[in-house]
Design a protein around this ligand. Structure first.
Ligand code: PLP
Length: 419
């Protein structure tokens, strides 16, 4: 059954209709209506995704690909269909280019470990950006340490925008890889990844795009982007936790060594010699996360049924509304004011600890995130310990933002007095 939001594709978006797809949004917290502004950490799940999980476990739970019986065949078919849905979702050329992983973090680790170990060696250079999530920093640092490779960082300006001229200066004949985030989770900046990829390819450098925050807000076409790798997590785009996708250009994946060894990833095993399965199975050792892959397929269906243009317009309206209201409050400083920005509003309150403010908002039923958001270098860049972050999806409303703004004002009155 199609969700309420898909019933008509109209230009003015109705968040109340959208909310009906998400049962959790009816919850209260401490007796107050829940206001969920922690969407950049994980999205809530539509009923149809939740139902799909139950359906798998109640109707056809079985291990896949090795069974001749009915249940196994049914589960295998449902599982395999999702690879095609994932291919269509990001417009990959072939379903072989989709590797199921636990999420963005595992996807990046896979590339760093497999592609990186094979193709990057002592004295080479890797470029990342100043606004990467830790998961697009640490795997590269680990590789750098192991291989004696140099990590270079694209700097950003005070608005949280990458300095593209500086990026171009960082490229050298030793640059062997570039990994960059599509949309920053702590600043909301939408990076000019296409421009970065075009430049990188002029020097034959492959590019990985961290799409953890982007796939839920904007349609992604990996062929149009021409990125070499693209990573995203299911749980940030209405799917379950523990599942995500790595896209890689077929020739690159085919040339890469396996990431983990075990069942499924082999063609044949003997004590004398083991041969590996073809792509993508070569990278999917062991029993996969069957239930969550299948429910991720339903999350793809859900997103594809939406009017994405109307949603994008509505989400930027929410972001602008919240930014304008917060900016008006004395002692608030917005962190991340890029011209190209997605649904994240990060801010600090001068004289009020972000964690205290977050805890106060929590007592009002408002879920925001506080801290460094796994982007400690971003906080260092702005010389702050952390921010309060409100991140929106289309099921949020301006009324909820009004409640948060009032909460922030109260937090300032209460907590600033004590300081
Ligand atoms: N990259 C970005 C930009 C993120 O926002 C996140 C999660 O917050 C990640 C990577 C890591 O995603 P996961 O924890 O789902 O692997």
């Amino acid at each position: 059954m199609l969700p309420d939001t898909a019933i008509e594709k109209k230009t003015t978006f109705d968040p109340q209709k959208a909310r009906r797809d998400f049962p959790l949004l009816k919850q209260t917290a401490y007796g107050k209506p829940l206001i969920y502004f922690d969407n950049a950490a994980t999205s809530q799940k539509p009923q149809m995704v939740i139902d799909e999980l139950t359906k798998y476990y109640t109707e056809y739970n079985a291990n896949i690909h090795r069974g001749v019986h009915y249940l196994s065949q049914k589960a295998s078919q449902e599982f395999d269909d999702v690879r095609v849905k994932a291919q269509q979702f990001i417009n990959a050329q072939s379903q072989k280019e989709i590797v199921f992983v636990r999420g963005t973090t595992e996807a990046i680790n896979l590339v760093a470990s497999s592609y990186g170990r094979k193709n990057i060696s002592a004295g080479d250079e890797i470029i990342i950006s100043a606004m990467e999530h830790h998961s697009n920093i640490v795997p590269w640092q680990m590789l750098c340490e192991e291989k004696k490779v140099v990590l270079k960082v694209i700097p950003m300006n005070d608005n949280g925008e990458l300095l593209i001229d500086e990026f171009e200066k960082l490229i050298s004949p030793k640059t062997k890889f570039i990994a960059v985030v599509h949309i920053s989770n702590s600043l909301g900046t939408i990076n000019p990844v296409k421009q970065i990829i075009v430049k990188a390819h002029q020097h034959n450098i492959p590019v990985l795009v961290d799409g953890a925050q982007s796939v839920v807000h904007t349609p992604v076409d990996v062929q149009e982007l021409d990125c070499d790798f693209f990573a995203f997590s299911g749980h940030k785009m209405f799917g379950p936790t523990g599942i995500g996708c790595l896209y890689g250009k077929l020739h690159l994946l085919e040339d890469m060594p396996p990431y983990q060894g075990g069942g499924e990833m082999i063609h044949s095993v003997s004590f004398a010699k083991t041969t590996y399965n073809e792509v993508p199975f070569k990278f999917e050792a062991g029993t996969p996360n069957i239930a969550d892959v299948i429910a991720l397929g339903t999350a793809f269906d859900y997103i594809q049924s939406l009017n994405r243009k109307a949603i994008a317009d509505y989400e930027s309206e929410l972001t602008e509304y919240a930014s304008a209201k917060l900016k008006d409050i004395e002692s608030i400083r917005l962190i991340g004011t890029a011209k190209e920005k997605a649904s994240v509003v990060s801010f600090i309150i001068e004289g009020v600890n972000a964690l205290d403010a977050g805890m106060y908002l929590d007592t009002m039923g408002i879920a925001v995130r506080t801290g460094h958001h796994c982007t400690e270098p971003v906080m260092d860049r702005f010389k702050i310990p952390g921010t309060i972050r409100a991140s929106f999806l289309f099921y949020n409303t301006k009324e909820e933002i009004d409640v948060m703004v009032e909460g922030v004002k109260k937090a300032i009155a209460l907590l600033k007095k004590k300081n």
